[in-house]
Design a protein around this ligand. Sequence first.
Ligand SMILES: [Zn+2]
Length: 603
Amino acid sequence: MANPVLPSSGVLSPLGLDAVRLSPGFWGDRVALNREVTIAHCQEWEEREGWIGNFRGERPRRGREFSDSEIYKLLEAMAWADHPGLPALAEIVAGAQEGDGYLNTRWTGSRYTDLEWGHELYCYGHLIQAGVARLRTHGEDTLTRVAVRAADHVCRRFMEGTQTCGHPVIEMALVELYRATGTERYLEMARRFVERRGLPALADIPFGRAYYQDDQPVRQAQVFRGHVVRALYLASGVVDVAVETGDEELLKAVEAQWERTVARRTHLTGGMGSRHADESFGEDYELPPDRAYNETCASIASVMLSHRLLLATGDVRYADLAERTLYNMLATGVALDGRSFFYANPLQVRVPAVPLDGVNHAPEGGLRSPWFDVACCPNNIARTLASLPAYVATATADGIQIHHPTPAEIRHGELAVKVETGYPWDGAVTVRALTGGRGRIALRVPAWAKGARLTHRGEVREVAPGYAVADGPWRTGDELRLELPMAPRWTFPDRRVDALRGSAAVERGPLVYCAESVADEPPLGDLAARVAPPVEHHVDGVVELEVAASLGGGSEPPGWPYGHEPDGRPSGADAGLRLVPYHRWGNRGPATMRVWLPVGAGE
Ligand SMILES: [Zn+2]
């Protein structure tokens, strides 16, 4: 099974790349662009930056202490995409592995002298994930042998003792290698890494141990905290360990942490992370739109975690959050041409970014960059898009579940179906049987889709959010049709989110919308929107929206931005304010942007 996550038990079984083939459409197009453009783009930059040369022994060594991991993420992307460049790159990596399996171009000669910041086990984690991807798509070869030797080295070195890595990911990688090979010591090593955390296992640092989730044991934590990518990679590994060891208490702990984090520490886009200094979650309800950090990698980690929880529990909430995050974070992270990337994803940009030519050293999120000094996000996008079909649908003994409607062919057991849809622009989803067969087909109905309708055998019925199900038997050509209501909706923040008080945003289907202003378009700093049904404009296959808003009349601000009466609406006459899907912003050059629109007094 060509699948990045393959638990041995759970309510739902994943369907891999061999069972789900995407056709041209929102995701199919992006997956194809990733294979044809983004993977080569990443490899070119890694060669140019010298990070691949590090494995050839070129000196001085170049790049940050974790740059090896970028080559491993790229190898994982190549494995899922069956990219012809993989064998040659794997040979280069193999050439740097030491006799006992140790492999790191930065720390060779001073092994494991800085577990807090050294990222050695983190790098192995990505190497092992690449190896598992290759094992499941191709079978044993150089890359898989390098990964297994590294994993065996880790087990020999770390099975006893109290040490772990400052940056999680080794946990879920080892569990997946256990699933792929059946070798139990990999699972035991992962379990020990999970249980050691918070005892504590690492030194205290200026950010505090919460930065790397070493402030308390995983079982006792109430919420995700600290560095977001670390927190969510760790939680993904914890779910994997819990599922494989049958540890219900551990699984419940992560579910509770997810629930509280989603309720209090997640942006409308699904983005997570409010603080730039340590790339961390903020406190509950600390969700400023302009200072949102929302690293692209954090959103990928969130999808990885939600997917694992979905498989374990079958709870539709996890698929709902994954959808929000895929459409509004993953799709935002990469430009429409596949060659530049966002690192941070704020919900408001006040000043247009200055275009740059080359590496972005301060990835604040105003303009996509072709590369970064810390290039985790481009490579993470590449491996996630390459494996995206594996997130679309799952199976149970009695049928299939389609969680993310997108044009595709899905095969499982007796069932073979074709999914046709213009989603997310259009709410109609048709599932047509390609062969006869028995089995139940379930289509996810997102929480926002109140009043969705399902047509089956000429019968139309309303279906509530959750799953719309229809039972076979199916004859070739039989159709199931789901219609999701796609009227734009105004969305208001909880009153406790102080930074958003007095604002509202517009969503349509799974998409969050934003106002964007480039060049001589009206500025967005002083406006108040009217909460009235937005007007739809269909532009080149994309749905844009228009709302009425009064814009500041260009009046000079007072000398002091505080007064003794509540401030009113700006004085300008109402005009049409164009909104575009958030994932498309920043593709027309430097711009200002805002998701949350002030709605002013009396709205
Ligand atoms: Zn990143």
